[in-house]
Design a protein around this ligand. Structure first.
Ligand code: TRP
Length: 332
């Protein structure tokens, strides 16, 4: 059994791409490994949310992860700011994180380009906080996307540096966890190959979208200008529609439209109508669960408390060891 950990951004709703890309795998992993999933609300302060946004976003992410099947008994599902041990480890790791390496980090450069009026120290030390998240549970596997690989490499650097400095093997090196063949890439509705929240309005189908919204988004999805031409390879937008069908529609339905594409009788309007209904059928149970769990403050409170307790137990153990290794000794 490995210790697997993943941090979840506390912004925005989950979309089908998140569901098929990561969450479905989290749900499977939670029974096979020792899993920690947390909502990274300290990290979200780097962009200065308002107090109500901060809480509302964390709440929504918690609700949607539970609805999507994260089992708070099997995994440790917690909110980062409920585990103050993380911030102490962050402080300790900061002493051995160098300004130069933090400034060279790609995501830092990208963020100062995007928010030049808010280049706060939290942005610079973002990778150190992320390393603290991982090392606090001595996790060895971290399921992250490509955009987080450099951060993970920095976490390994900080772990190794700590080990070298204090002549210990205390921190294991965390590596990216690849979902191998299970990974399904969900295309966007705007003809792009990736469904993403930041890709633009109408690109993503959210798990919480109601049927009318789903129909509207799918009917507006990009298709080719002209009709299908026999023998021509599919264009990206059309391939995207078929790829969406592959995950939500029945095999018969998929074959029906593939056949219609082959013999050029296909009408994309019909295909999109069907696709919308299949997406609605797929997301409806999730949407209903999101609504139910979202009403249940008691349940959310119990989940958050249980997560905090489990996470703090593991975190306190690590922090105690680390303080001892560094040389802190109590006078009383
Ligand atoms: N930086 C990650 C993201 O933007 C979120 C995150 C914070 C994280 N801490 C983490 C991911 C620790 C994995 C492990 O998606």
């Amino acid at each position: 059994m490995e210790t697997v950990l993943s941090g979840i951004r506390s912004t925005g709703h989950l979309h089908l791409g998140n569901y098929f890309g990561a969450i479905r795998n989290f749900v499977k992993m939670q029974h096979q490994h020792h899993c920690y999933f947390f909502i990274a609300d300290y990290h979200s302060l780097t962009t200065h949310p308002t107090p109500s946004d901060l809480h509302q976003n964390v709440r929504q992410v918690l609700v949607e992860y539970l609805a999507a099947g994260i089992d708070p008994e099997a995994a440790t599902l917690y909110i980062q700011s409920d585990v103050p041990e993380v911030t102490e480890l962050f402080l300790l790791l900061n002493m051995n994180a160098y300004k130069g390496e933090l400034e060279r980090c790609t995501s830092f450069k990208e963020k100062i380009r995007r928010q030049p009026d808010n280049v706060n120290a939290g942005l610079l030390t973002y990778p150190v906080l992320m390393a603290a998240d991982i090392l606090i549970h001595r996790a060895t596997k971290v399921p992250v996307g490509k955009d987080q690989e450099q951060h993970l490499e920095m976490a390994r650097t900080f772990a190794n540096r700590f080990n070298r400095l204090y002549k210990t093997g205390y921190f294991p090196q965390p590596f990216a966890y690849n979902f191998d063949s299970e990974l399904l890439k969900i295309p966007g509705l705007d003809g792009s190959t990736k469904m993403g929240k930041s890709e633009g309005e109408g690109n993503a189908i959210f798990l919480a979208d109601d049927p009318a919204t789903i129909r509207k988004k799918v009917m507006r999805a990009t298709t080719d200008a002209g009709p299908a031409v026999a023998g021509q390879p599919m264009t990206q937008p059309i391939e995207n529609l078929f790829n969406l069908m592959r995950v939500v529609s029945s095999e018969d339905m998929l074959q029906h439209f593939l056949q219609a594409y082959e013999d050029t009788s296909i009408r994309y309007g019909d295909m999109k109508k069907q696709l919308a209904e299949d997406i609605i059928a797929f997301t409806t149970p999730l949407r209903e669960k999101i609504a139910d769990i979202g009403k249940d403050n008691n349940y959310l409170g119990r989940v958050a408390r249980m997560g905090a307790e489990k996470a703090r137990e593991s975190a306190a153990k690590t922090l105690g060891d680390v303080r001892e290794i560094i040389g802190f000794k109590s006078f009383y």
